[in-house]
Design a protein around this ligand. Sequence first.
Ligand code: MN
Ligand code: MN
Length: 461
Amino acid sequence: MERPNAWKTYNEAQLAELEAISKKYRAYLDNGKTERECVTETVAIAEANGYTNLNDAIKTGTPLQPGAKVYVNCMGKAIMLFHLGKAPLTEGINIVGAHIDSPRIDIKQNPFYEDTDFAYADTHYYGGIKKYQWVARALALHGVVAKKDGTVVDVVIGEDADDPVVGISDLLIHLSAEQMGKKASEVITGEGLDIMLAGRPLEGEEKEPVKAMLLSILKEKYDIEEEDMLSAEIEVVPADKARDYGLDRSMILGYGHDDRVCSFASLEAILSLTETPDYTCCCLLADKEEIGSVGATGMQAKYFENAMAELLNLTSPVYSELNLRRALAACRMLSCDVSAGFDPLYAGAFEKKNAAILGRGVCYNKFTGRGGKGGSNDANAEYIGRLRKIMDDNNICWQTAELGKVDQGGGGTIAYICALYGMEVIDSGVAVLSMHAPLEVISKADLYEAVKAYTAFMKNA
Ligand code: MN
Ligand code: MN
């Protein structure tokens, strides 16, 4: 039952294709470090590939024909691409869905303070992180500041080579006797994740002169007042670029593989459809997965259902609510999210023969959850049987996986939410090492197999 290593199966042409995809993916990671940036980047890529905004068709009431390519931008933080197929929507569509938010540190609404000649920003972390991993490293600021007059200022600091970076200090080892005796979860506290932003007093300023220096820079460079931070979303992320990893360059080290590697593979898959597919295909990139898929841009919101209703309305002579229910229930979906890659240095956390192994292809997780599959979508055996055939018929390297040993921990994805409509859903993704760390690791082979697998799914499911 052991699955083969994908690298052993490649010829020269495939290796060249794998490298080309990897290069494109590294650029996708570097250009999209936040959900907003991913949507902006995805809209540009979609439009360059002939996709138009569904809102344009809705406004004009223009009917959509098989072959039409439309996208839906949800508040700039989630996005869906639809390539309309030959079959009516009531026969279901093939969905490949992933998420574009990643664990990070967010700046608070009233963030700035001065202490002992330093100016800091207070933060509230987002998603599951080991806080001690985020200190003593180069961090960048990404986000928007929305002003009262309606203008929105884009902020990106720390990405250009000559940009300054910011960070969070750690205690020197020489004075760490007490700190080193603490539990890892208490070494760095949530309130201790404060970002150092400045260290020089503004001339002629008596009260909080370093904070005044910070505010003067924000005013001068971005025309931002301190009060404007009340309506800002600034995310603190690693300043690092994605890099080839390992002397053999077989892997990629980067921020946000969870879940931009699956997002990228899903996007590549739908863009690779050169002919009108049999069934409508959808690439769905959701926000807020890391905090429970909540809010207007999380998977629990109704944007997918609403988009399906709009598509039904523009593809059928008479709109019917019953047909919408039928269309949603008839869908096939891959809920694409990263898997926990087996790590020999932490072998005790895994049950090896059911663990995802880097380089052995795209993963299928029948279930996720914790404590006896709690909170999991549990894919139907019949559906998995059909997928096995699609994967094998298309020469995809794939493996099945489970998130660690029983009762070791757990996690969830967007699968169970989409399953509420009655559609067939299974978790599928790329194995990751150091998941949720500032820099995570994937194998290029698994990225390549994911692109091939998601393409085969869209064409054949
Ligand atoms: Mn994820
Ligand atoms: Mn995650």
